[in-house]
Write a protein that binds this ligand. Structure first.
Ligand code: 0GY
Length: 423
């Protein structure tokens, strides 16, 4: 039977590999349907419709529990089809959006509420036009405070040029389809080693071991991709994700059978422990973590502990950026010359400004400040980290140093009441 390359496989086989309970397909898309969710006017391809109902049926057929739905280029920055699928899936799906540089806080809040946890930057010229770096910087300013991450799609030959940009990203980064190596070159080739070097140097970079059907030159069952996937799963077992890439847009050679793709998993994740990390633990940590939810502060009753979670990071963004600005001598001089005037240049709340002016260190943390940033203000005042911690705990620098040298703060009387009550 000749299958239509522009449509997903009409009857994928049931995989032989049984995914662990709670498995996540962390890379898939929904397309349209075009009469409800029109494709972008600037799209580079027009896919066959691949609606949410078909995605959910595939999820169940493959024995998976959850999806991460990635906004595809054919829908541009109009995320409506993806959001509609997220809302229909309830807690069983999360999303990755593509947003314009001018995206508003309200639009981001709506995406967050629907289940979006990151944005995608696509560098494939056949999918999107070249985009100035300033565009990405503007988006980063808005999404990093939300605790969102960045998904990046590029092909291996572009890595040397992109690496400094990727290395500087101030959040978790997820690279699509193993960084799209040329598998004919093999895993000893400089192209692949360069990618691994990037992974080694930056523990915040994750990778999807997906896309075997795109990378393979030999075709199903994708033997030539196995060494690449296996190396990633074995070396970076805590930061790998897997996805079907359904409905497989722009395939030129064949229409992938998603059942066969699931059967590829145990060839690259060869033990039950690795499979569990790849399919359950890692995606759950990244996409379903409690800290990504508003109003979570499970440790709020530990004396002297202020949890720095996604919500506080958002609240304290400008306060922390003010602190970081003090890394420059010129800025320190400007601040010292007129503290109030300097603080006016950051859109902080009045409470945050007052806390800075009063050097109310604990209050700064309650208002979203983070000690790693506020310590820059301390250093500007000539205070070491130890002096600062002493002030924050109501002791002297000498007593604080003694306490730390004696093993640190005792846990007695300092446990969470909820944990204590559990016995
Ligand atoms: C993928 C891969 C492709 C397409 C897109 O955004 C997209 O249109 O991601 C591709 O053509 O390689 O991840 O689906």
């Amino acid at each position: 039977m000749q299958l239509d390359l522009n449509r997903y496989h009409p009857a994928p086989r049931r995989p032989g590999f049984v995914a662990p309970a709670g498995a996540v397909d962390a890379h898939c898309h929904v397309f349209g349907p075009g009469d409800v969710f029109p494709y972008s006017a600037t799209r580079k391809y027009t896919p066959g419709d691949a609606p949410k109902e078909a995605l959910f049926a595939l999820r169940d057929h493959l024995g998976f529990e959850r999806n991460v739905i990635v906004q595809a280029s054919c829908h541009g920055t109009e995320n409506a089809a993806m959001v509609d699928a997220l809302l229909a899936a309830g807690d069983r799906a999360r999303g990755i959006a593509v947003v314009p540089a001018g995206v508003t806080d309200d639009a981001l809040a709506m995406l967050q509420a629907a289940g979006v946890r990151g944005v995608r930057f696509n560098f494939l010229r056949r999918l999107v036009d070249a985009t100035p770096r300033a565009h990405y910087e503007r988006i980063l300013e808005k999404i990093v405070p939300l605790g969102w991450h960045v998904v990046i799609y590029f092909e291996a030959p572009e890595l040397p040029e992109l690496a400094p940009f990727i290395a500087a990203l101030p959040t978790t980064v997820v690279i699509d389809h193993m960084g799209r190596p040329d598998v004919d070159l093999g895993i000893e080739h400089a192209q692949w080693r360069r990618f691994l070097d990037l992974m080694d140097a930056h523990p915040n970079i994750w990778v999807k071991v997906s896309g075997a059907e795109r990378l393979s030159k030999t075709g199903s069952p994708y033997d030539d991709v196995v060494p690449f996937g296996r190396e990633l799963v074995e070396h970076y077992s805590d930061r790998v994700l897997w996805g079907t890439d359904w409905p497989h847009p722009n395939m030129e050679t064949h229409v992938p059978d998603d059942g066969l793709l699931v059967d590829f998993i145990p060839r690259i994740a060869t033990t039950a422990a690795l499979q569990r990390k790849l399919l359950v633990d890692n995606p759950m940590r990244l996409y379903w973590a409690r800290s990504a939810m508003p109003d979570s502060d499970p440790f709020d009753d530990i004396p002297g502990t202020t949890l720095f979670d996604a919500q506080r990071s958002r609240q304290g963004y400008h306060l922390n950026m003010f602190c970081m600005s003090l890394m420059s001598a010129l800025n320190r001089a400007a601040f010292k010359a007129d503290e109030r005037a300097y603080l006016e240049t950051f859109p902080m709340t009045l409470e945050q400004r007052d806390a800075v002016l009063a050097r109310h260190w604990n209050r700064m943390l309650e208002l979203g400040g983070n000690i790693y940033y506020t310590s820059k203000l301390g250093a500007t005042d000539g205070l070491s980290f130890q002096h600062l911690a002493a002030k924050m705990t109501g002791s002297t620098q000498e007593d604080y140093a003694r306490m730390m040298l004696a093993g640190g703060r005792s846990v007695e009387g300092n446990r969470s009441k909820r944990v204590e009550n559990r016995g």
